[in-house]
Design a protein around this ligand. Structure first.
Ligand SMILES: NC(=O)c1ccc[n+]([C@@H]2O[C@H](COP(=O)([O-])OP(=O)(O)OC[C@H]3O[C@@H](n4cnc5c(N)ncnc54)[C@H](O)[C@@H]3O)[C@@H](O)[C@H]2O)c1
Length: 378
Protein backbone atom coordinates (compact mmCIF):
# COMPACT_ATOMS: atom_id res chain seq x y z
CA UNK A 1 0.00 0.00 0.00
CA UNK A 2 1.05 3.57 -0.71
CA UNK A 3 0.07 6.54 1.48
CA UNK A 4 0.42 10.10 0.26
CA UNK A 5 1.58 12.88 2.60
CA UNK A 6 0.92 16.33 1.23
CA UNK A 7 1.11 19.06 3.88
CA UNK A 8 -1.06 22.07 2.98
CA UNK A 9 1.80 24.51 3.54
CA UNK A 10 4.24 22.53 1.40
CA UNK A 11 1.79 22.01 -1.45
CA UNK A 12 2.02 19.23 -4.01
CA UNK A 13 5.68 19.99 -4.66
CA UNK A 14 6.68 18.78 -1.19
CA UNK A 15 4.33 15.80 -1.07
CA UNK A 16 5.73 12.29 -0.76
CA UNK A 17 4.65 8.66 -0.62
CA UNK A 18 5.03 6.10 2.13
CA UNK A 19 5.28 2.53 0.86
CA UNK A 20 4.48 -0.26 3.33
CA UNK A 21 5.06 -3.98 2.70
CA UNK A 22 6.91 -7.08 3.85
CA UNK A 23 10.24 -7.75 2.14
CA UNK A 24 11.03 -4.37 0.59
CA UNK A 25 14.67 -4.48 1.73
CA UNK A 26 16.10 -7.33 -0.27
CA UNK A 27 12.90 -9.37 -0.31
CA UNK A 28 10.05 -10.14 -2.62
CA UNK A 29 8.73 -6.57 -2.62
CA UNK A 30 12.01 -4.85 -3.53
CA UNK A 31 10.55 -3.74 -6.87
CA UNK A 32 8.14 -1.47 -4.98
CA UNK A 33 11.12 0.53 -3.72
CA UNK A 34 12.46 0.91 -7.23
CA UNK A 35 9.16 2.23 -8.53
CA UNK A 36 8.82 4.58 -5.53
CA UNK A 37 12.32 5.95 -6.13
CA UNK A 38 11.39 6.51 -9.76
CA UNK A 39 8.08 8.19 -9.00
CA UNK A 40 9.79 10.44 -6.42
CA UNK A 41 12.28 11.39 -9.16
CA UNK A 42 15.23 10.26 -7.03
CA UNK A 43 18.49 10.64 -8.95
CA UNK A 44 20.04 7.20 -8.56
CA UNK A 45 23.38 8.48 -9.83
CA UNK A 46 23.70 11.01 -6.96
CA UNK A 47 25.71 10.43 -3.76
CA UNK A 48 23.93 8.76 -0.80
CA UNK A 49 24.90 8.71 2.90
CA UNK A 50 22.98 6.15 4.97
CA UNK A 51 22.84 7.13 8.66
CA UNK A 52 22.27 4.08 10.84
CA UNK A 53 22.85 2.65 14.32
CA UNK A 54 25.28 -0.05 15.44
CA UNK A 55 22.60 -2.71 15.99
CA UNK A 56 20.77 -2.06 12.72
CA UNK A 57 24.01 -1.98 10.76
CA UNK A 58 25.11 -5.28 12.33
CA UNK A 59 21.79 -6.92 11.47
CA UNK A 60 21.01 -5.41 8.09
CA UNK A 61 24.06 -3.50 6.78
CA UNK A 62 24.91 -6.04 4.06
CA UNK A 63 21.30 -6.58 3.08
CA UNK A 64 20.76 -2.83 2.82
CA UNK A 65 23.88 -2.40 0.64
CA UNK A 66 22.56 -5.12 -1.71
CA UNK A 67 19.18 -3.42 -1.74
CA UNK A 68 20.68 -0.05 -2.70
CA UNK A 69 22.65 -1.67 -5.51
CA UNK A 70 19.51 -3.45 -6.69
CA UNK A 71 17.80 -0.06 -6.85
CA UNK A 72 20.61 1.17 -9.09
CA UNK A 73 22.38 3.19 -6.38
CA UNK A 74 26.17 2.67 -6.50
CA UNK A 75 27.63 5.77 -4.87
CA UNK A 76 26.74 5.24 -1.20
CA UNK A 77 28.37 5.08 2.20
CA UNK A 78 27.28 4.41 5.79
CA UNK A 79 27.81 6.39 8.96
CA UNK A 80 27.19 4.11 11.95
CA UNK A 81 26.15 5.83 15.19
CA UNK A 82 25.90 4.30 18.69
CA UNK A 83 22.51 2.99 19.83
CA UNK A 84 20.42 4.99 22.28
CA UNK A 85 18.81 8.35 22.94
CA UNK A 86 22.15 9.99 23.87
CA UNK A 87 23.12 9.77 20.19
CA UNK A 88 20.57 12.52 19.41
CA UNK A 89 23.19 15.13 20.34
CA UNK A 90 25.31 17.94 18.89
CA UNK A 91 28.34 15.64 19.02
CA UNK A 92 26.92 13.04 16.64
CA UNK A 93 25.24 15.69 14.49
CA UNK A 94 28.67 17.19 14.04
CA UNK A 95 30.05 13.75 13.07
CA UNK A 96 27.39 13.52 10.34
CA UNK A 97 28.28 17.04 9.06
CA UNK A 98 31.99 16.07 9.02
CA UNK A 99 31.24 13.03 6.89
CA UNK A 100 29.01 15.00 4.51
CA UNK A 101 31.73 17.61 4.06
CA UNK A 102 34.51 15.01 3.67
CA UNK A 103 32.47 13.33 0.97
CA UNK A 104 31.81 16.75 -0.61
CA UNK A 105 28.13 15.99 -0.73
CA UNK A 106 25.95 18.51 -2.53
CA UNK A 107 22.38 19.66 -2.12
CA UNK A 108 21.32 17.33 -4.91
CA UNK A 109 22.68 14.31 -2.97
CA UNK A 110 20.74 12.27 -0.40
CA UNK A 111 20.77 11.32 3.27
CA UNK A 112 18.95 8.08 4.09
CA UNK A 113 17.87 7.45 7.69
CA UNK A 114 18.05 3.68 8.23
CA UNK A 115 17.09 2.99 11.84
CA UNK A 116 14.69 3.78 14.68
CA UNK A 117 13.38 7.17 15.77
CA UNK A 118 16.75 8.29 17.10
CA UNK A 119 18.43 7.81 13.72
CA UNK A 120 15.46 9.32 11.85
CA UNK A 121 15.42 12.45 14.02
CA UNK A 122 19.16 13.21 13.87
CA UNK A 123 19.59 12.25 10.20
CA UNK A 124 16.54 14.34 9.28
CA UNK A 125 17.91 17.35 11.14
CA UNK A 126 21.29 16.94 9.44
CA UNK A 127 19.44 16.82 6.10
CA UNK A 128 17.40 19.92 6.98
CA UNK A 129 20.44 21.99 7.89
CA UNK A 130 23.40 20.81 5.76
CA UNK A 131 23.71 23.26 2.84
CA UNK A 132 20.30 24.62 4.01
CA UNK A 133 18.63 21.37 3.03
CA UNK A 134 19.70 18.21 1.24
CA UNK A 135 17.42 15.42 -0.05
CA UNK A 136 16.19 13.03 2.62
CA UNK A 137 14.73 9.50 2.57
CA UNK A 138 13.41 7.59 5.59
CA UNK A 139 13.72 3.83 6.00
CA UNK A 140 12.44 3.25 9.56
CA UNK A 141 13.27 -0.01 11.35
CA UNK A 142 11.29 0.11 14.63
CA UNK A 143 7.51 0.02 15.05
CA UNK A 144 7.65 3.42 16.75
CA UNK A 145 9.49 4.91 13.79
CA UNK A 146 7.14 3.17 11.29
CA UNK A 147 3.97 4.58 12.83
CA UNK A 148 5.14 7.89 14.19
CA UNK A 149 8.59 9.43 13.85
CA UNK A 150 9.16 8.72 10.13
CA UNK A 151 5.88 10.43 9.20
CA UNK A 152 5.23 14.14 9.46
CA UNK A 153 8.62 15.78 9.16
CA UNK A 154 9.61 16.53 12.77
CA UNK A 155 13.39 16.24 13.05
CA UNK A 156 15.78 17.22 15.79
CA UNK A 157 18.25 16.51 18.54
CA UNK A 158 18.22 16.80 22.32
CA UNK A 159 19.99 19.43 24.44
CA UNK A 160 21.40 18.52 27.88
CA UNK A 161 18.61 20.73 29.33
CA UNK A 162 15.76 19.01 27.48
CA UNK A 163 14.56 16.64 24.82
CA UNK A 164 13.98 17.69 21.20
CA UNK A 165 14.85 21.32 22.01
CA UNK A 166 16.71 21.83 18.71
CA UNK A 167 14.98 20.86 15.50
CA UNK A 168 13.03 21.69 12.39
CA UNK A 169 10.15 20.54 10.26
CA UNK A 170 11.65 18.84 7.22
CA UNK A 171 9.76 16.40 5.04
CA UNK A 172 11.48 13.41 3.36
CA UNK A 173 11.24 12.65 -0.36
CA UNK A 174 10.04 9.09 0.28
CA UNK A 175 9.48 6.61 3.13
CA UNK A 176 9.91 2.81 2.84
CA UNK A 177 8.47 0.68 5.62
CA UNK A 178 9.44 -3.00 5.60
CA UNK A 179 7.63 -4.92 8.36
CA UNK A 180 10.06 -7.84 8.01
CA UNK A 181 12.65 -5.69 9.78
CA UNK A 182 10.49 -5.74 12.92
CA UNK A 183 11.16 -9.46 13.47
CA UNK A 184 14.49 -8.69 15.15
CA UNK A 185 13.01 -6.10 17.51
CA UNK A 186 12.62 -7.36 21.05
CA UNK A 187 9.16 -7.54 22.62
CA UNK A 188 9.70 -4.45 24.74
CA UNK A 189 10.57 -2.35 21.66
CA UNK A 190 7.54 -3.69 19.80
CA UNK A 191 5.22 -2.80 22.71
CA UNK A 192 6.93 0.61 22.89
CA UNK A 193 5.84 1.36 19.31
CA UNK A 194 2.42 -0.19 19.92
CA UNK A 195 1.72 2.51 22.53
CA UNK A 196 1.70 5.14 19.76
CA UNK A 197 -0.65 2.91 17.73
CA UNK A 198 -3.04 2.74 20.71
CA UNK A 199 -2.84 6.54 20.85
CA UNK A 200 -4.30 6.88 17.34
CA UNK A 201 -7.22 4.60 18.15
CA UNK A 202 -7.92 5.98 21.63
CA UNK A 203 -8.02 9.64 20.60
CA UNK A 204 -9.04 9.57 16.92
CA UNK A 205 -10.63 6.32 15.71
CA UNK A 206 -12.97 4.13 17.77
CA UNK A 207 -13.18 1.33 15.16
CA UNK A 208 -9.41 1.11 15.00
CA UNK A 209 -9.29 0.96 18.81
CA UNK A 210 -11.73 -2.00 18.77
CA UNK A 211 -9.53 -3.71 16.15
CA UNK A 212 -6.52 -3.29 18.46
CA UNK A 213 -8.48 -4.74 21.41
CA UNK A 214 -9.35 -7.81 19.31
CA UNK A 215 -5.93 -8.31 17.72
CA UNK A 216 -3.25 -7.10 20.15
CA UNK A 217 -2.03 -10.67 20.82
CA UNK A 218 -1.43 -11.33 17.11
CA UNK A 219 0.20 -7.93 16.64
CA UNK A 220 2.59 -8.47 19.53
CA UNK A 221 3.36 -11.95 18.16
CA UNK A 222 4.63 -10.28 14.93
CA UNK A 223 1.69 -11.34 12.73
CA UNK A 224 2.70 -9.84 9.38
CA UNK A 225 -0.80 -9.06 8.11
CA UNK A 226 -1.84 -7.37 11.36
CA UNK A 227 1.40 -5.38 11.50
CA UNK A 228 0.93 -4.12 7.95
CA UNK A 229 -2.66 -3.16 8.77
CA UNK A 230 -1.85 -1.19 11.93
CA UNK A 231 1.08 0.59 10.26
CA UNK A 232 -1.06 1.55 7.25
CA UNK A 233 -3.87 2.77 9.47
CA UNK A 234 -1.54 4.71 11.80
CA UNK A 235 0.31 6.36 8.90
CA UNK A 236 -2.98 7.33 7.21
CA UNK A 237 -4.33 8.86 10.42
CA UNK A 238 -1.09 10.77 11.02
CA UNK A 239 -0.79 11.87 7.37
CA UNK A 240 -4.34 13.20 7.46
CA UNK A 241 -3.54 15.36 10.52
CA UNK A 242 -0.15 16.53 9.19
CA UNK A 243 -1.70 17.44 5.83
CA UNK A 244 -4.02 19.85 7.64
CA UNK A 245 -1.55 21.25 10.18
CA UNK A 246 2.09 20.53 9.35
CA UNK A 247 3.65 22.97 11.85
CA UNK A 248 1.40 22.13 14.82
CA UNK A 249 -0.46 25.41 15.06
CA UNK A 250 -3.61 23.65 16.28
CA UNK A 251 -4.99 20.28 15.22
CA UNK A 252 -1.62 18.45 15.15
CA UNK A 253 -1.36 18.74 18.93
CA UNK A 254 -4.02 15.99 19.16
CA UNK A 255 -1.09 13.65 18.45
CA UNK A 256 0.16 14.62 21.90
CA UNK A 257 -2.54 12.56 23.61
CA UNK A 258 -0.73 10.98 26.57
CA UNK A 259 2.38 13.07 25.97
CA UNK A 260 1.96 15.89 28.52
CA UNK A 261 2.32 13.59 31.50
CA UNK A 262 4.41 11.19 29.37
CA UNK A 263 7.11 13.79 28.72
CA UNK A 264 7.15 14.65 32.44
CA UNK A 265 7.67 10.95 33.26
CA UNK A 266 10.57 10.76 30.77
CA UNK A 267 12.13 13.92 32.23
CA UNK A 268 11.80 12.66 35.80
CA UNK A 269 13.46 9.37 34.78
CA UNK A 270 16.19 11.40 33.07
CA UNK A 271 15.36 9.50 29.83
CA UNK A 272 16.89 6.37 31.32
CA UNK A 273 15.13 3.08 32.09
CA UNK A 274 11.91 4.18 30.40
CA UNK A 275 11.07 4.27 26.71
CA UNK A 276 9.11 7.00 24.99
CA UNK A 277 6.12 4.74 24.21
CA UNK A 278 6.04 3.42 27.78
CA UNK A 279 5.88 6.96 29.16
CA UNK A 280 3.12 7.79 26.66
CA UNK A 281 1.18 4.69 27.80
CA UNK A 282 1.26 5.96 31.40
CA UNK A 283 0.27 9.40 30.10
CA UNK A 284 -2.71 8.03 28.15
CA UNK A 285 -4.11 6.19 31.19
CA UNK A 286 -3.64 9.39 33.21
CA UNK A 287 -5.33 11.55 30.53
CA UNK A 288 -8.25 9.11 30.21
CA UNK A 289 -8.78 9.01 33.98
CA UNK A 290 -8.55 12.79 34.17
CA UNK A 291 -11.14 13.02 31.36
CA UNK A 292 -13.43 10.78 33.41
CA UNK A 293 -12.79 12.90 36.52
CA UNK A 294 -13.77 16.03 34.57
CA UNK A 295 -16.99 14.37 33.38
CA UNK A 296 -15.92 14.15 29.73
CA UNK A 297 -15.96 10.38 29.30
CA UNK A 298 -17.36 7.37 31.12
CA UNK A 299 -15.76 4.78 33.39
CA UNK A 300 -15.85 2.20 30.62
CA UNK A 301 -13.84 4.34 28.16
CA UNK A 302 -11.02 4.93 30.65
CA UNK A 303 -11.09 1.25 31.68
CA UNK A 304 -10.80 0.05 28.05
CA UNK A 305 -7.71 2.19 27.47
CA UNK A 306 -6.08 1.02 30.68
CA UNK A 307 -6.88 -2.65 29.94
CA UNK A 308 -5.43 -2.56 26.43
CA UNK A 309 -2.27 -0.91 27.74
CA UNK A 310 -1.83 -3.44 30.54
CA UNK A 311 -2.65 -6.39 28.26
CA UNK A 312 0.03 -5.16 25.84
CA UNK A 313 2.64 -5.35 28.59
CA UNK A 314 2.93 -1.56 28.86
CA UNK A 315 3.08 0.34 32.18
CA UNK A 316 -0.09 2.12 33.30
CA UNK A 317 0.56 3.51 36.79
CA UNK A 318 1.90 7.00 37.43
CA UNK A 319 5.42 6.50 38.87
CA UNK A 320 6.06 7.59 42.41
CA UNK A 321 7.34 11.15 42.12
CA UNK A 322 5.70 14.06 43.92
CA UNK A 323 2.90 16.20 42.40
CA UNK A 324 5.33 19.17 42.57
CA UNK A 325 7.86 17.28 40.47
CA UNK A 326 5.24 16.45 37.84
CA UNK A 327 3.88 19.98 37.65
CA UNK A 328 7.37 21.48 37.42
CA UNK A 329 8.32 19.04 34.65
CA UNK A 330 5.08 19.80 32.76
CA UNK A 331 5.84 23.51 32.88
CA UNK A 332 8.66 22.84 30.40
CA UNK A 333 6.10 21.53 27.88
CA UNK A 334 5.79 23.47 24.63
CA UNK A 335 2.00 23.67 25.13
CA UNK A 336 2.21 25.85 28.24
CA UNK A 337 0.68 29.32 28.34
CA UNK A 338 0.66 31.37 31.53
CA UNK A 339 -0.37 29.06 34.38
CA UNK A 340 -2.12 26.57 32.14
CA UNK A 341 -1.26 23.69 29.84
CA UNK A 342 -3.09 22.63 26.65
CA UNK A 343 -4.15 19.07 27.47
CA UNK A 344 -5.54 16.47 25.07
CA UNK A 345 -8.48 14.76 26.78
CA UNK A 346 -11.10 12.33 25.43
CA UNK A 347 -14.89 12.57 25.22
CA UNK A 348 -15.06 8.84 24.61
CA UNK A 349 -12.97 6.30 22.69
CA UNK A 350 -11.82 7.89 19.41
CA UNK A 351 -13.03 11.42 20.27
CA UNK A 352 -10.57 14.01 21.56
CA UNK A 353 -11.08 17.39 23.20
CA UNK A 354 -8.50 20.12 23.84
CA UNK A 355 -8.69 21.88 27.22
CA UNK A 356 -6.51 24.49 28.87
CA UNK A 357 -5.99 23.14 32.40
CA UNK A 358 -4.65 25.03 35.43
CA UNK A 359 -1.57 23.47 36.96
CA UNK A 360 -3.40 23.75 40.30
CA UNK A 361 -6.08 21.37 39.02
CA UNK A 362 -3.47 18.87 37.85
CA UNK A 363 -1.63 19.16 41.17
CA UNK A 364 -4.84 18.49 43.12
CA UNK A 365 -5.79 15.58 40.87
CA UNK A 366 -2.35 13.99 41.33
CA UNK A 367 -2.66 14.45 45.10
CA UNK A 368 -6.29 13.51 45.69
CA UNK A 369 -7.09 10.97 42.97
CA UNK A 370 -3.74 9.48 41.94
CA UNK A 371 -2.78 9.74 45.63
CA UNK A 372 0.80 10.86 45.18
CA UNK A 373 2.34 12.24 48.38
CA UNK A 374 2.86 15.98 48.26
CA UNK A 375 5.64 17.71 50.15
CA UNK A 376 4.10 21.17 49.86
CA UNK A 377 0.88 22.84 48.71
CA UNK A 378 0.55 24.21 45.23
N1 LIG B 1 10.06 12.92 14.89
C1 LIG B 1 8.95 12.51 15.47
O1 LIG B 1 7.83 12.87 15.07
C2 LIG B 1 9.04 11.56 16.63
C3 LIG B 1 7.87 10.93 17.12
C4 LIG B 1 8.00 10.02 18.16
C5 LIG B 1 9.25 9.73 18.69
N2 LIG B 1 10.35 10.36 18.19
C6 LIG B 1 11.70 10.06 18.73
O2 LIG B 1 12.00 8.71 18.42
C7 LIG B 1 12.98 8.25 19.36
C8 LIG B 1 12.63 6.86 19.80
O3 LIG B 1 12.64 6.01 18.67
P1 LIG B 1 12.67 4.41 18.82
O4 LIG B 1 11.67 4.00 19.83
O5 LIG B 1 12.60 3.87 17.46
O6 LIG B 1 14.09 4.14 19.52
P2 LIG B 1 15.55 3.94 18.93
O7 LIG B 1 15.74 4.65 17.66
O8 LIG B 1 16.47 4.26 20.05
O9 LIG B 1 15.59 2.38 18.64
C9 LIG B 1 15.50 1.48 19.72
C10 LIG B 1 16.59 0.42 19.67
O10 LIG B 1 16.25 -0.57 18.70
C11 LIG B 1 17.34 -0.82 17.82
N3 LIG B 1 16.77 -1.23 16.54
C12 LIG B 1 16.25 -0.42 15.59
N4 LIG B 1 15.72 -1.16 14.61
C13 LIG B 1 15.90 -2.46 14.95
C14 LIG B 1 15.54 -3.70 14.33
N5 LIG B 1 14.85 -3.74 13.19
N6 LIG B 1 15.90 -4.83 14.96
C15 LIG B 1 16.56 -4.81 16.15
N7 LIG B 1 16.91 -3.67 16.77
C16 LIG B 1 16.58 -2.49 16.18
C17 LIG B 1 18.08 0.49 17.80
O11 LIG B 1 19.40 0.34 17.36
C18 LIG B 1 17.97 0.94 19.26
O12 LIG B 1 18.93 0.30 20.06
C19 LIG B 1 13.02 9.26 20.47
O13 LIG B 1 14.20 10.03 20.38
C20 LIG B 1 11.79 10.13 20.22
O14 LIG B 1 11.97 11.46 20.66
C21 LIG B 1 10.27 11.26 17.18
Amino acid sequence: MKIRVEPETGGKKNGYDIVIDAGIIGGVSADKAVSLLNSAAVNLKAGFLAVTSKTVHGLYGDKFSDFLKKCGIENFDFIVLPDGESTKSLKYLSDIYDRLIDKRMERSDYIIAFGGGVVGDIAGFAAATYLRGINFIQVPTTLLADVDSSVGGKTGIDHPKGKNLIGSFYQPRAVFIDVNLLKTLDKRELANGFAEVIKYGASLDANFFSYLESNYKKILAYDEKCLIHIIEKSCSIKADIVNQDEKESGLRSVLNFGHSLGHAVETLYNYENIKHGEAVAIGMVFAANLSKHLGLCGDEDAARIKNLIINSGLPADVPDFTPEQYVNAMKLDKKVADKQIKFVLIKGIGAYEFKMLDFGLIFNYLTESVKLKKTQNY
